[in-house]
Design a protein around this ligand. Structure first.
Ligand code: PLP
Length: 396
């Protein structure tokens, strides 16, 4: 036998182009720079700072002891799918049958399922600019072309339906929308959702609607695509991470057209088979238990949104008060720097970590994103340091 590494061995073949070509997010660079520093104020982290409520944890543990330790059906536990269908029917403005609910590993799993269910290599998928970077990565993985539509500050970070229609071509399969939005905090009004419904009907394309922040709305109400588009055109992404502070459980779901339900369940098999049984038990506990913490979480984020408004009052640096989610885009153009250079400088000079806007799309380099997912006093301090750095004040 020749030992590994002998002269005749051929070099290992390269990693796949899909893996190598995956767009890298600038946030990783900032996180690497912040790692190992104990003094940093973290405004970059996009998850609730609360632990999962104790009753959910307790009931999940009890379920595990009672046997929730095995594979489940690909589409998830029927009792949970029924509970989601019931809740969604009550809240989203349309009747949803449990057969249309597919449990997934986080909303990330739901997005993966949605995109792979409708998009083939070479197809177009329309994604927002600015928008959550995973949308572009997913399009890349699917071999699709990501076509950006604008959500500029001048329109309150909302898309324009005429502009979107002009981007639709023969290879367009789906439009991905996100309300409440990351990183914009914008919440789509009903009239806009109705426009998307009309576009989907007219062009025979799908709307993939990422509604993961549906329970975090401060002004007005969450409007779901479910109430405004035909059931055979929409795939609704949501989950438990943000509403119930359950990011680490990795549990989400997808509501799909009846015609796609089998395909979407089947897509779970080669990827995760099914979401973890203990996490499904925790999700059921969350739905069946007391819901007061959902409002309490939202009130906390609203209070922090108001702190942000107070710190930046009169500066003109916040183009749009976030109406939902827990993010805001802050205009750094006065600094004359790119968003990545600004983010690095802010971290080095003032110990505040945040996300460079360029992460979210080509239109967003004049912004940085802050997440109000830390305690009020730290948040205020971090925002004051950010504001003063943009305005060129000496205070550190
Ligand atoms: N969609 C958006 C817009 C998000 O911001 C996030 C997480 O930050 C997700 C989906 C993923 O949620 P989950 O933790 O349930 O996978």
């Amino acid at each position: 036998m020749t030992a590994a590494g002998s002269g005749s061995a051929a070099p290992a073949r390269p990693a796949s182009q899909r893996a190598q070509g995956l767009p890298r997010s600038a946030i990783r660079e900032i996180m690497a720079l912040a790692a190992g520093r104990s003094d940093v104020i973290h405004l970059e982290v996009g998850e609730p700072d609360f632990g999962t409520p104790e009753p959910i944890v307790e009931r999940a543990f009890a379920a595990v002891r009672a046997g929730a330790t095995r594979y489940t059906a690909n589409a998830g536990v029927m009792e949970l799918r029924q509970a989601i269908a019931k809740r969604a029917s009550r809240r989203l403005g349309a009747a949803i049958e449990s057969g249309r609910v597919i449990m997934t590993t986080g909303a990330v799993g739901a997005l993966f399922t949605a995109v792979f269910a409708v998009v083939d290599p070479g197809d177009d998928i329309l994604i927002p600019d600015p928008g959550w970077p995973n949308y572009e990565s997913l399009a890349h993985l699917a071999g699709a072309r990501a076509v950006r539509y604008g959500q500029p500050a001048s329109r309150g970070f909302l898309p324009d339906s005429a502009e979107i229609e002009a981007l639709i071509g023969p290879r367009t399969k789906a439009i991905l929308i996100n309300s409440p939005g990351n990183p914009t905090g914008a919440v789509f009004p009903a009239a806009l959702m109705a426009e998307f419904g009309r576009i989907a009907a007219r062009h025979g394309i799908y709307i993939i609607s990422d509604e993961i922040y549906e329970d975090i709305v401060f002004d007005g109400e969450h409007v779901s695509i479910a109430a405004h588009a035909p059931a055979d055109r929409i795939l609704i992404v949501s989950g438990f991470s943000k509403t119930y502070a359950m990011t680490g459980w990795r549990i989400g779901y997808l509501i799909v057209p009846p015609t796609l339900a089998d395909a979407c369940a089947g897509l779970q098999e080669p990827v995760t088979s099914c979401p973890a049984a203990p996490s499904q038990a925790a999700a059921l506990a969350a739905l069946q238990g007391d819901q007061t913490m959902v409002g309490a979480f939202r009130d906390t984020f609203r209070r922090r949104r108001d702190i942000l408004a107070e710190v930046f009052a009169g500066t003109g640096l916040v183009p749009n008060q976030p109406a939902g989610a827990f993010y805001a885009l802050i205009d750094i153009s006065r600094s004359g720097m790119t968003s990545i250079a600004f983010a690095k400088a802010l971290l080095a000079e003032r110990g505040v970590a945040l996300v460079p806007g360029s992460t979210f799309g080509p239109s967003c380099d004049r912004y940085v994103r802050v997440a109000f997912t830390i305690a009020d006093d730290k948040l205020r301090e971090g925002l004051v340091r950010l504001r003063d750095r943009i305005l060129g004040n000496a205070r550190v």
